[in-house]
Design a protein around this ligand. Structure first.
Ligand SMILES: Nc1ncnc2c1ncn2[C@@H]1O[C@H](COP(=O)(O)OP(=O)(O)O)[C@@H](O)[C@H]1O
Ligand SMILES: [Mg+2]
Length: 559
């Protein structure tokens, strides 16, 4: 470290050769090199900006022998010069420095001068230097500063900050070489600061992009050109039941089902897919409808990197769509049948009356008597049917009460108990204990369960098993919990072609059926804001699932 006095400098200028001085110079250069090397080594690994600034300040104090060192950085957006780190100052002095940044336009002082001019400012004596401003004097009074050196941190054409150093209350005598060494050090420090900032920015951007992908409600996954998986987001993991770490690097065709793997292949080959609907089997069970979009992933220079797939879970949307379709059909069929029922009722009453009148007028023989009786039986059946139709079309408003549904299910089962026994049908009940209450009309829901249980019984002419189970479900997409009741039989099942029709009024496959049981159940459930779903496999059985919103005391009112 060369802290030579003015006299020794003059001696140098007169080129008198002094071995000790030469050695001192070498020593100083050596130290400079080693400190530049030391801070440069920070570039070889990712370090936080704070660590870098700390190292620069400490190295400046240590190598150049200053008592107090501070580093300031320019905040371009706010036009401020902010003190980032300093050593050697008292806690009060530090607090002032950190809390009161210099304003690059409004404040005239040594620090802003360095940034504005890009020049080093060395003030050997505050009292004898015209560059010292009113603000500098104020600062110097507070900080006991009589001399200072401030070197800019240059980066290409701009100044990103400065390093300022002094010796507290002691004189600061520097040679040109001292100043030059500090500038060399500062230049290296600027590069390191900038690199660290760029790295931090890069990491922030990467984290930001990752956050966007991770918090997406859609499944997003990226595949490489060789069809191996590069990454999947959290939603993909949840939806497909995959662990991110376990699928990375694996072949997409091993991890995803055929149709998804096919879209991946097409996407890599440049074929864009827009919202193609796929039905996939979920690992957790059940099927789901996915809307998949894909595109090729390219780097800036156009190199194909792979493909990105975005998949949206459409299962719920499809379900409500189907529900709405069913409702539409029910409503129009309901209106139509209400009209017909109404039209039939009057002529039917006349037929009934006329037939009875004729029977009384004539003195019918045995054969005629039978014809008249058959006619009246037929008329009665039509009357029942018309009543059923009108019940369906204009059901009484439900009388709602918050209660446990368990009893209602058990009542329906016990009502049919003797019939079940007669048909050699076993009933297995597994209902949640202490299930929360739901809001419902006991009589109507009882009718729903009876209708469904009767259908189950009729679907098992050779006997079998009916399972009635309940459980509480929480759908992630819905805030409310729901009570889920399933009724499964081991009966004949529903043929594919009939599947979409079973809720239609008058659709029946039974010789004595009315085809109104399920449509009435549907209507009642709709008024309870409950939904009904059916799954069936021909020859194996059918499961009806009913989902009731749970009364959580937040004023839930069905209808
Ligand atoms: N558990 C079941 N198993 C098989 N088919 C069923 C089942 N439940 C309903 N179905 C089918 O749905 C149709 C309509 O049922 P529903 O509306 O109750 O009328 P109905 O029982 O009078 O025929 C039935 O005729 C039958 O084809
Ligand atoms: Mg029925």
């Amino acid at each position: 470290m060369s802290r030579t006095s003015e006299t020794s400098k003059n001696n140098q200028e007169t080129s008198s050769w002094k071995p000790q001085e030469y050695q001192g110079d070498l020593h100083a250069k050596d130290r400079l090199l080693s400190s530049v090397h030391k801070i440069s080594s920070l570039l070889t690994r990712p370090v936080a900006l704070d660590t870098v600034l700390t190292a620069i300040v400490e190295e400046t104090a240590h190598v150049f022998g200053y008592d107090r060192v501070a580093i300031y950085l320019v905040n371009k957006d706010r036009k401020l010069l902010e003190c980032k780190y300093e050593i050697g100052f008292t806690p009060e002095e530090m607090e002032i420095a950190f809390q009161r940044p210099f304003h690059l336009v409004r404040h005239e002082c040594i620090e802003t001068l360095v940034v504005k001019t890009g020049q080093t400012v060395y003030i050997r004596d505050y009292d004898a230097d015209s560059r010292v401003t009113y603000l500098d004097r104020k600062v110097s009074a507070k900080q006991n500063r009589f001399a200072t050196i401030a070197v800019p941190l240059h980066l290409r054409e701009s100044v990103i900050g400065l390093i300022e150093a002094d010796r507290g209350g002691y004189p600061l005598v520097l040679t040109e070489e001292d100043i030059q060494h500090l500038s060399i050090f500062a230049n290296q420090a600027s590069i390191i600061i900038e690199n660290t900032r760029l790295y931090e920015q890069l990491v922030n951007e990467r984290n930001f992009a990752e956050n966007v992908v991770e918090s997406s409600p859609n499944c997003i996954f990226v595949v490489n050109c060789d069809e191996t998986i590069r990454t999947i987001n959290e939603m993909t993991g949840d939806f497909f039941g995959l662990e991110k770490e376990q699928v990375q690097g694996r072949a997409a065709s091993e991890v995803f089902e055929g149709p998804v793997a096919a879209i991946i292949r097409e996407a890599i080959n440049g074929q864009i897919t827009e919202s193609r609907e796929l039905i996939i089997r979920r690992k957790q069970g059940g099927r789901a409808v996915l809307g998949v979009s894909s595109s090729q992933l390219k780097s800036r220079d156009g190199t194909i990197l792979g493909a990105v797939l975005i998949a949206r879970d459409l299962t719920e949307a499809k379900r409500s769509e189907e529900w709405m379709r069913r409702m539409d059909r029910l409503t129009s069929l309901g209106q139509l049948s209400a009209g017909i029922a109404h039209e039939i009722r009057n002529p039917l009453a006349s037929i009934n009356f006329n037939v009875q009148f004729l029977a009384r007028q004539l003195d019918p023989d045995e054969k005629t008597r039978r014809i008249i009786d058959d006619t009246l039986t037929g008329v009665d059946r039509i009357k029942d049917l018309v009543k059923g139709m009108l019940d369906f079309c204009r059901p009484a408003p439900p009388k709602l009460k918050s209660d446990s549904i368990r009893q209602c299910i058990e009542d329906a089962v016990s009502l049919l108990e003797s019939q079940f026994r007669k048909h050699e049908i076993r009933v297995l009940l597994s209902l949640v204990q202490d299930a929360p209450d739901i809001v419902f009309d006991n009589q109507q829901i009882h009718q729903v369960f009876v209708n469904i249980l009767l259908n189950a019984m009729q679907a098992m002419p050779k006997g079998g098993t009916v399972r009635v189970e309940s459980r509480i479900e929480r759908d992630a997409k819905k805030p409310r919990r729901q009570l889920c009741v399933t009724i499964s039989d081991s009966g004949v099942g529903i043929p594919k072609d009939d599947f979409s029709k079973i809720f239609d009024p008058f659709f029946t496959t039974k010789p004595e059926g009315t085809g109104l049981g399920l449509s009435i159940a549907h209507k009642i459930l709709e008024q309870h804001r409950a939904v009904i779903e059916v799954k069936s496999r021909e020859g194996q059985g059918t499961t009806f699932t009913l989902r009731f919103p749970i009364d959580d005391g937040r004023g839930h009112v069905p209808v």
